[in-house]
Design a protein around this ligand. Structure first.
Ligand code: URA
Length: 249
Protein backbone atom coordinates (compact mmCIF):
# COMPACT_ATOMS: atom_id res chain seq x y z
CA UNK A 1 0.00 0.00 0.00
CA UNK A 2 1.46 3.38 -0.99
CA UNK A 3 2.00 6.18 1.56
CA UNK A 4 -0.71 8.85 1.93
CA UNK A 5 -0.23 11.90 -0.34
CA UNK A 6 -1.65 15.39 -0.26
CA UNK A 7 -4.68 15.75 -2.52
CA UNK A 8 -3.03 18.62 -4.42
CA UNK A 9 -0.06 16.32 -5.22
CA UNK A 10 -2.37 13.51 -6.30
CA UNK A 11 -4.17 15.85 -8.72
CA UNK A 12 -0.81 17.10 -9.99
CA UNK A 13 0.39 13.56 -10.83
CA UNK A 14 -2.88 12.94 -12.72
CA UNK A 15 -2.39 15.93 -15.03
CA UNK A 16 -4.74 18.53 -13.54
CA UNK A 17 -2.13 21.28 -13.82
CA UNK A 18 0.64 22.75 -11.67
CA UNK A 19 0.49 22.16 -7.91
CA UNK A 20 -0.79 25.72 -7.57
CA UNK A 21 -3.60 25.15 -10.06
CA UNK A 22 -4.47 21.87 -8.30
CA UNK A 23 -4.53 23.59 -4.89
CA UNK A 24 -6.83 26.24 -6.40
CA UNK A 25 -9.23 23.62 -7.79
CA UNK A 26 -9.49 22.07 -4.32
CA UNK A 27 -9.86 25.38 -2.45
CA UNK A 28 -12.63 26.45 -4.82
CA UNK A 29 -14.61 23.32 -3.92
CA UNK A 30 -14.27 21.60 -7.30
CA UNK A 31 -12.83 18.33 -5.97
CA UNK A 32 -14.70 15.59 -4.11
CA UNK A 33 -13.68 12.22 -2.69
CA UNK A 34 -16.43 9.68 -1.92
CA UNK A 35 -19.09 12.38 -2.65
CA UNK A 36 -17.58 14.73 -0.07
CA UNK A 37 -16.06 18.03 -1.17
CA UNK A 38 -12.52 18.41 0.12
CA UNK A 39 -11.56 22.06 0.63
CA UNK A 40 -8.06 21.64 2.12
CA UNK A 41 -5.41 21.06 -0.56
CA UNK A 42 -3.10 19.34 1.94
CA UNK A 43 -5.67 16.69 3.02
CA UNK A 44 -3.95 13.32 2.68
CA UNK A 45 -5.23 10.20 0.93
CA UNK A 46 -3.73 6.89 -0.12
CA UNK A 47 -3.56 7.40 -3.89
CA UNK A 48 -3.80 3.71 -4.91
CA UNK A 49 -7.42 2.91 -5.71
CA UNK A 50 -8.59 6.49 -5.00
CA UNK A 51 -11.62 7.66 -6.98
CA UNK A 52 -12.19 11.40 -7.00
CA UNK A 53 -14.22 13.84 -9.04
CA UNK A 54 -13.06 17.16 -10.45
CA UNK A 55 -15.89 19.48 -11.40
CA UNK A 56 -18.23 16.50 -11.29
CA UNK A 57 -16.13 14.31 -13.60
CA UNK A 58 -14.98 10.94 -12.16
CA UNK A 59 -11.26 10.34 -12.21
CA UNK A 60 -9.74 7.08 -10.95
CA UNK A 61 -6.14 7.47 -9.76
CA UNK A 62 -3.61 5.67 -11.98
CA UNK A 63 0.07 5.71 -11.11
CA UNK A 64 0.73 5.15 -14.83
CA UNK A 65 -1.86 5.76 -17.52
CA UNK A 66 -2.62 2.99 -20.03
CA UNK A 67 -5.49 3.72 -22.39
CA UNK A 68 -6.88 2.49 -25.70
CA UNK A 69 -8.32 4.76 -28.36
CA UNK A 70 -10.48 3.80 -31.31
CA UNK A 71 -8.59 5.91 -33.84
CA UNK A 72 -11.01 7.41 -36.33
CA UNK A 73 -10.34 8.01 -40.02
CA UNK A 74 -8.65 11.32 -40.88
CA UNK A 75 -6.59 11.84 -37.74
CA UNK A 76 -2.80 12.06 -37.31
CA UNK A 77 -0.77 10.38 -34.60
CA UNK A 78 1.59 13.36 -34.17
CA UNK A 79 1.25 16.07 -31.51
CA UNK A 80 1.66 18.90 -33.99
CA UNK A 81 -0.58 17.54 -36.71
CA UNK A 82 -0.17 19.39 -39.99
CA UNK A 83 -3.02 18.34 -42.27
CA UNK A 84 -5.42 16.35 -40.08
CA UNK A 85 -6.53 16.79 -36.48
CA UNK A 86 -4.23 15.18 -33.92
CA UNK A 87 -5.47 12.06 -32.09
CA UNK A 88 -4.36 13.79 -28.88
CA UNK A 89 -7.29 16.24 -29.22
CA UNK A 90 -9.59 13.23 -28.62
CA UNK A 91 -8.20 12.74 -25.10
CA UNK A 92 -9.20 14.73 -22.00
CA UNK A 93 -6.67 17.41 -20.92
CA UNK A 94 -5.40 15.51 -17.82
CA UNK A 95 -4.19 12.62 -20.03
CA UNK A 96 -2.38 15.13 -22.25
CA UNK A 97 -0.85 17.01 -19.32
CA UNK A 98 0.35 14.25 -16.99
CA UNK A 99 3.77 15.44 -15.81
CA UNK A 100 6.71 13.63 -17.39
CA UNK A 101 10.46 13.86 -16.78
CA UNK A 102 11.15 14.50 -20.48
CA UNK A 103 10.15 17.54 -22.55
CA UNK A 104 6.88 15.97 -23.83
CA UNK A 105 4.06 15.83 -21.29
CA UNK A 106 1.19 13.35 -21.11
CA UNK A 107 0.52 10.00 -22.70
CA UNK A 108 2.16 9.01 -25.99
CA UNK A 109 0.92 6.69 -28.71
CA UNK A 110 2.52 3.24 -28.79
CA UNK A 111 3.58 3.30 -32.43
CA UNK A 112 1.65 5.15 -35.10
CA UNK A 113 -1.19 4.50 -37.49
CA UNK A 114 -1.56 6.36 -40.79
CA UNK A 115 -4.10 9.14 -41.09
CA UNK A 116 -6.43 6.88 -43.09
CA UNK A 117 -6.01 3.82 -40.80
CA UNK A 118 -8.65 3.23 -38.12
CA UNK A 119 -8.76 0.99 -35.07
CA UNK A 120 -6.95 0.05 -31.90
CA UNK A 121 -4.26 2.43 -30.67
CA UNK A 122 -2.63 2.28 -27.24
CA UNK A 123 -1.35 5.32 -25.37
CA UNK A 124 0.61 5.50 -22.14
CA UNK A 125 3.04 7.57 -20.08
CA UNK A 126 5.07 4.43 -19.28
CA UNK A 127 8.21 4.60 -21.43
CA UNK A 128 9.20 0.98 -20.64
CA UNK A 129 5.79 -0.22 -21.82
CA UNK A 130 6.16 1.70 -25.10
CA UNK A 131 9.58 0.15 -25.59
CA UNK A 132 8.36 -3.38 -24.81
CA UNK A 133 5.33 -3.12 -27.08
CA UNK A 134 7.20 -1.54 -30.00
CA UNK A 135 10.43 -3.50 -29.93
CA UNK A 136 10.69 -5.97 -32.84
CA UNK A 137 12.42 -8.37 -30.39
CA UNK A 138 9.16 -8.78 -28.45
CA UNK A 139 7.11 -9.84 -31.50
CA UNK A 140 3.78 -8.51 -30.26
CA UNK A 141 1.25 -9.60 -32.92
CA UNK A 142 -0.97 -6.91 -34.43
CA UNK A 143 -4.01 -7.90 -36.48
CA UNK A 144 -5.12 -5.74 -39.41
CA UNK A 145 -8.32 -6.02 -41.42
CA UNK A 146 -7.41 -4.97 -44.92
CA UNK A 147 -9.75 -4.07 -47.78
CA UNK A 148 -7.99 -4.45 -51.10
CA UNK A 149 -8.55 -2.79 -54.46
CA UNK A 150 -8.06 -5.98 -56.48
CA UNK A 151 -9.43 -9.45 -55.72
CA UNK A 152 -7.18 -11.56 -53.52
CA UNK A 153 -5.89 -14.91 -54.65
CA UNK A 154 -3.99 -17.73 -53.02
CA UNK A 155 -0.71 -16.71 -54.67
CA UNK A 156 -0.83 -13.30 -52.96
CA UNK A 157 -1.61 -14.86 -49.58
CA UNK A 158 1.25 -17.39 -49.97
CA UNK A 159 3.71 -14.61 -50.93
CA UNK A 160 2.69 -12.53 -47.88
CA UNK A 161 3.29 -15.58 -45.66
CA UNK A 162 6.58 -16.52 -47.34
CA UNK A 163 7.95 -12.95 -47.15
CA UNK A 164 8.23 -9.96 -49.47
CA UNK A 165 11.13 -7.53 -49.90
CA UNK A 166 10.34 -3.85 -49.23
CA UNK A 167 12.36 -1.04 -50.76
CA UNK A 168 14.30 -0.03 -47.60
CA UNK A 169 15.59 -3.44 -46.48
CA UNK A 170 16.82 -6.51 -48.40
CA UNK A 171 15.60 -8.77 -45.58
CA UNK A 172 12.09 -10.04 -46.44
CA UNK A 173 9.19 -9.25 -44.12
CA UNK A 174 6.53 -11.88 -43.70
CA UNK A 175 3.05 -12.00 -42.25
CA UNK A 176 2.80 -14.09 -39.08
CA UNK A 177 -0.71 -15.06 -40.26
CA UNK A 178 -2.72 -14.17 -43.33
CA UNK A 179 -6.17 -15.21 -44.39
CA UNK A 180 -8.35 -14.00 -47.26
CA UNK A 181 -11.72 -13.78 -45.52
CA UNK A 182 -13.54 -12.53 -48.65
CA UNK A 183 -12.65 -11.56 -52.21
CA UNK A 184 -11.34 -8.14 -51.19
CA UNK A 185 -10.83 -8.63 -47.49
CA UNK A 186 -7.68 -9.90 -45.83
CA UNK A 187 -6.88 -10.51 -42.16
CA UNK A 188 -3.16 -9.99 -41.72
CA UNK A 189 -1.09 -10.42 -38.56
CA UNK A 190 2.30 -8.72 -38.28
CA UNK A 191 4.83 -8.91 -35.48
CA UNK A 192 6.99 -6.02 -36.68
CA UNK A 193 5.97 -2.47 -37.43
CA UNK A 194 7.77 -0.85 -40.33
CA UNK A 195 6.61 2.42 -41.86
CA UNK A 196 3.46 1.85 -44.01
CA UNK A 197 4.17 -1.87 -43.69
CA UNK A 198 0.76 -3.25 -44.64
CA UNK A 199 0.39 -0.90 -47.61
CA UNK A 200 3.89 -1.69 -48.86
CA UNK A 201 3.46 -5.46 -48.39
CA UNK A 202 0.21 -5.42 -50.38
CA UNK A 203 1.85 -3.30 -53.08
CA UNK A 204 4.72 -5.83 -53.23
CA UNK A 205 2.26 -8.60 -54.17
CA UNK A 206 0.60 -6.45 -56.85
CA UNK A 207 -2.43 -5.33 -54.89
CA UNK A 208 -3.39 -2.08 -53.17
CA UNK A 209 -4.85 -1.17 -49.76
CA UNK A 210 -8.19 0.62 -49.96
CA UNK A 211 -9.07 0.40 -46.27
CA UNK A 212 -7.03 -0.48 -43.18
CA UNK A 213 -8.29 -1.17 -39.67
CA UNK A 214 -6.28 -2.54 -36.71
CA UNK A 215 -8.58 -4.86 -34.81
CA UNK A 216 -6.26 -6.49 -32.28
CA UNK A 217 -2.91 -6.19 -30.45
CA UNK A 218 -1.68 -9.35 -28.69
CA UNK A 219 -4.92 -10.97 -27.48
CA UNK A 220 -6.56 -7.56 -26.89
CA UNK A 221 -9.32 -6.94 -29.42
CA UNK A 222 -10.82 -3.50 -30.02
CA UNK A 223 -14.08 -3.63 -28.03
CA UNK A 224 -17.13 -3.43 -30.31
CA UNK A 225 -18.74 -0.82 -28.05
CA UNK A 226 -15.76 1.55 -28.26
CA UNK A 227 -16.81 3.82 -31.09
CA UNK A 228 -14.44 5.76 -33.38
CA UNK A 229 -12.97 8.67 -31.40
CA UNK A 230 -13.70 7.11 -27.99
CA UNK A 231 -11.06 6.10 -25.44
CA UNK A 232 -11.02 4.02 -22.27
CA UNK A 233 -8.62 2.96 -19.52
CA UNK A 234 -7.02 -0.46 -19.99
CA UNK A 235 -8.11 -2.91 -17.29
CA UNK A 236 -5.72 -5.40 -15.62
CA UNK A 237 -7.22 -8.08 -17.92
CA UNK A 238 -6.53 -5.90 -21.00
CA UNK A 239 -2.89 -5.44 -19.91
CA UNK A 240 -2.54 -9.21 -19.41
CA UNK A 241 -4.08 -9.82 -22.87
CA UNK A 242 -1.38 -7.60 -24.40
CA UNK A 243 1.31 -9.92 -23.06
CA UNK A 244 -0.36 -12.89 -24.76
CA UNK A 245 1.57 -13.55 -27.94
CA UNK A 246 -0.57 -16.38 -29.27
CA UNK A 247 -1.94 -15.43 -32.65
CA UNK A 248 -5.52 -16.61 -32.24
CA UNK A 249 -8.07 -14.22 -30.68
N1 URA B 1 0.66 -0.48 -41.99
C1 URA B 1 0.33 0.58 -42.76
O1 URA B 1 0.59 0.58 -43.95
N2 URA B 1 -0.30 1.62 -42.18
C2 URA B 1 -0.66 1.66 -40.87
O2 URA B 1 -1.26 2.62 -40.39
C3 URA B 1 -0.33 0.54 -40.09
C4 URA B 1 0.34 -0.52 -40.66
Amino acid sequence: MSKPMQLQDILYTQGFGTRRVCAGLIQQGFVAVAHETIAQAATEFVADGLQFTVQGVDWPYHEKAYVMLHKPMGTECSHKASTWPSIYTLLPPPLRQRPQKGPVQGVQAVGRLDQDTTGLLLLTDDGNFIHRMSSPRHHVPKVYDVTTKHPLDDAQVQKLLAGVVLDDDPKPVRAAACEAVAGHHLRLTLTDGKYHQVKRMLAAVGNRVEGLHRSQIGALALPTDLLPGQWRWLSAADLAALQDKTLQP
